[in-house]
Design a protein around this ligand. Structure first.
Ligand SMILES: C[S@@+](CC[C@H](N)C(=O)[O-])C[C@H]1O[C@@H](n2cnc3c(N)ncnc32)[C@H](O)[C@@H]1O
Length: 194
């Protein structure tokens, strides 16, 4: 097992919800804000990298015909799958992959929504560049890219939230639709030109 995978797997084995994503007010408020920021009511095929135990996944699934949810940690993937099954949700493909070295199958026209929430600051600069290049190649024309990340520093952060979001903003053909900036997090929504 790689060091990064091992790190996240250990966190999930110690605690089913290491960041209190289900219960913390910060997480619940931010999730509602992100979901309310998405410009369209529904999407055809969305991609959620770093889905964790599926708190956002369950909500996104209600707005997507198909959803691909990926995480590095198999414990998180197991929990995500179990929660979706308990909800009776069957149109989500849940995969254990080490992004961006592994990448899920991309629809021919690309994903029309990609949700990057509390993930990209864990990637070092080189891996972040590879990740963004894969995001770029996977985003459909007219598709939306939303990113949301905690701003204060923490021990396993590799790049700043502003550096992540500024690098995303520089991807070709994106128009900024919404920008939310506060002490604890930054949320941006872009649409790729049709
Ligand atoms: C802080 S949690 C965020 C979970 C969820 N996106 C959210 O916003 O609540 C970060 C997640 O990213 C996953 N992750 C970290 N690096 C990854 C990588 N290289 N590939 C796939 N998943 C990764 C971790 O296992 C963890 O579940």
């Amino acid at each position: 097992m790689g060091a990064v995978k091992d790190h996240f797997e250990t966190l999930y084995r110690k605690h089913a919800d290491p960041w209190h994503v289900a219960s913390a007010w910060y997480e619940r408020r931010k999730r509602e804000l992100l979901l309310a920021t998405l410009a369209r009511e529904t999407y055809v095929h969305a991609f959620e990298p770093g889905c964790g135990a599926g708190d956002m996944t369950r909500r996104l699934a209600l707005r997507c015909t198909r959803l691909c949810a990926v995480d590095l940690a198999s414990s998180a993937i197991g929990r995500c799958r179990a929660r979706l099954a308990a909800d009776g949700i069957r149109h989500v493909d849940v995969m254990a992959l080490d992004l961006p070295h592994d990448w899920p199958p991309t629809p021919a026209d690309g994903f029309d929504l990609i949700v990057v929430s509390e993930l990209a600051y864990y990637l070092d600069e080189e891996t972040l560049a590879q990740f963004l290049s894969a995001v770029d190649a996977s985003l459909a024309r007219g598709g939306e890219l939303v990113a949301c990340h905690w701003r204060p520093d923490f021990h396993d952060r590799r790049v700043s939230t502003d550096a992540v979001h500024d690098a995303m903003a520089a991807l070709p053909g994106l128009t900024l639709l919404a920008h939310h900036y506060e002490a604890e997090f930054r949320l941006d929504l872009w649409r790729r030109q049709a």
